[in-house]
Each structure stands twice: as C-alpha cells, then as structure tokens.
Design a protein around this ligand. Structure first.
Ligand code: SAM
Length: 200
C-alpha cells in the first residue's frame, strides 16, 4: 500500500468522488473509508494486482474504487438502488469492478457470476453481520482473507460494544483463524475490524 509521507494513496485515475490528489495519486481518506482507517492503524491485508476481491456493501463505490486501484477483479455487491447508480458510474470507468445488485445475505443470487476470491471485504452495517459473512465463505479460497468491518451499534445499540465484538469474533472463529482485531478509533466510532484467514 502506497503512502506519501503519512498520507495513504492509491494509484488510479482521480475525480471519482471529489477526492484530493497528491503527486498524481488519489488520496484515500481514513475518515471516509473504514478500510483506509484500518491501513492507517497498521492493520489490513496488502492488496495486489493478482488478487480477486468480493466486496459486500459497496455503497456508492468510494472505497471500492481505491481497492480496484490496487487489486485485480473486484466483485462489488450492493442492494440499495440509489448508491448502486453511483457504483455503476464508478464501474463504467474502472473495468476491473463488477457491480452486482443483490442482497449479500443471499449469495445464491450472485453465485452464478462469481469465482473463488482471495479476499472478502464486508461493510454492511446490518444486525446479522456474522451470518452474512458465514454465508459468503463459499467464495473464499483456502489461504484467503476475510475482513469484517463490524458496526457494533447495528448489531444491538443497547449492548456493550466490547461484548458485541467478542460475540462476532467467536462466531467467525468457528470457520476462520483470527489474524487481527482492532477498533477503528479515532477515525470511526463503534466500529471494529476483524481480519481473518481461511485455513489452507
Ligand atoms: N463500504 C462502503 C464504503 O466504504 O464506501 C460503505 C458501506 S455502508 C456503511 C453500508 C452499505 O451496505 C450500504 O450502502 C447498504 O445499502 C449496503 N448493504 C447493507 N446490507 C446489505 C446487504 N444485505 N446486501 C447488500 N448491500 C447491503
């Protein structure tokens, strides 16, 4: 991952969502992107051109566009029509992005368009975030990585975030090895990143 001084950047054509550029690179803002926050905090999985990625919760494609600057094919799943319109525009300019309008909780809807991937990145802010992750593991190659961005308030706003994180971690541990767990403070409140790998 490229940093210019203390600034995380990605190597692609700019002007996607009004992001700044620096020395010809696109600035990847950790306050706008949880994945950028994870990298700035010293975590994450390095992206490479030969990697295939399944991205769940693509929204309007801001983070997706940065991932596509580094990785190979990015399958970007989003179920809301409005952000999907923006995502389509981003995908029109970045041919490596495959936009898929579907419910990430129903992977059978997009299984026909998929191949095995090296990384699954999930940022869906739903109550059943671990269940959605479990249902998508069929696409993850042995030795591949899963990054779950857990929004604890979406799971249960009344519960202690630490307890919610512990439960999510235990759920993922049934299928995956946990590589790293960290809160995304000061960039994103009540969000934690759980980085896992699939046994080879
Ligand atoms: N990852 C995005 C980024 O960094 O630019 C932000 C994602 S936003 C927090 C969550 C997105 O997940 C929303 O656009 C929402 O519509 C989408 N989403 C939530 N549940 C979903 C589901 N079951 N299937 C597909 N998309 C979902």
């Amino acid at each position: 991952m490229i940093r210019l001084g203390n600034v995380l950047v990605s190597p692609g054509e700019g002007g996607v969502y009004g992001e700044r550029t620096l020395d010809g690179y696109r600035v990847w803002d950790p306050y706008r992107s949880k994945l950028a926050a994870l990298y700035m905090l010293g975590g994450g999985v390095d992206l490479a051109p030969d990697m295939k990625v399944l991205y769940l919760g693509a929204a309007n494609g801001t983070t997706v566009s940065h991932v596509a600057d580094y990785a190979g094919t990015v399958y970007a799943v989003e179920f809301a029509p409005r952000p999907m319109q923006d995502l389509l525009e981003v995908a029109r300019r970045r041919k490596k992005i495959v936009p898929i309008m579907a419910d990430a909780g129903r992977p059978e809807e997009y299984a026909p368009f998929m191949e095995a991937v090296d990384l699954i990145y999930q940022d869906v802010a739903q109550p059943d975030q671990v269940g959605i992750a479990e249902r998508n593991l069929v696409f993850l190659k042995p030795g591949g990585h899963f990054i779950l961005m857990l929004k604890t308030r979406s799971v249960d706003v009344r519960r202690d975030p630490v307890e919610v994180l512990g439960e999510a971690r235990a759920g993922l541990e049934r299928h995956l090895d946990i590589v790293d767990v960290r809160w995304l403070e000061p960039y994103h409140h009540d969000h934690a990143a759980i980085v896992c790998s699939r046994r080879g």
